[in-house]
Design a protein around this ligand. Sequence first.
Ligand code: G3P
Length: 217
Amino acid sequence: MKFFVDTADTAAITELAETGLLDGVTTNPSLINKAGRDFLEVVAEICGIVDGPVSAEVVATEHDAMMREAEVLRKIADNVAIKVPLTIDGLKTCKKLTGDGTMVNVTLCFTANQALLAAKAGASFISPFVGRHDDVGYPGMELIGDIRIIYDNYDFATEILVASIRHPIHVLDSAKLGADVATMPPNVIKQLFNHPLTDRGLEAFLADWAKTGQSIG
Ligand code: G3P
């Protein structure tokens, strides 16, 4: 499963990229607002930090205007994936852009039928929002299992990019269900590394090693 980070914070992206485990980045208008920086400038900077796909979202809601914005965004770098909302105009834009060889991430997916439509429109990625489903009392992960079955039934190449991840259990379940990508806030990625028994075990090993009086090299 690929790991993307869901942020426009370039310091956090750089720190995670240095682990060698980061496969891409997703942004959205709310994250750009949180970063407080110029959209095009920050996307260009992120594209220079990671080689993998960097999602940049259009804000127009009508097809022709979406195409115009996508034109600006895709010129930033070869690894930009244009993010479009799951609407009729969004999917029309997706079909057109992927036909031209541009990567497209279809966002705001809340049903498996929407994911089926995105795959038919040639989406590179479909972004089902699991956390926002959980927030309203529907088990978001069920959606991931349903989309996996549908995409496998028809051999769709669209990658399932689990979005709106809130905690490590979402990541674990995504991997068990065969999702292709998980996009996570930086703090969730960091949580994946941690376990108190790892810390305690390391502490004990180092204390015993010190007693040997040896050094390596
Ligand atoms: O980029 C989309 C996404 O991951 C949203 O997450 O936490 O705002 O529901 P959240």
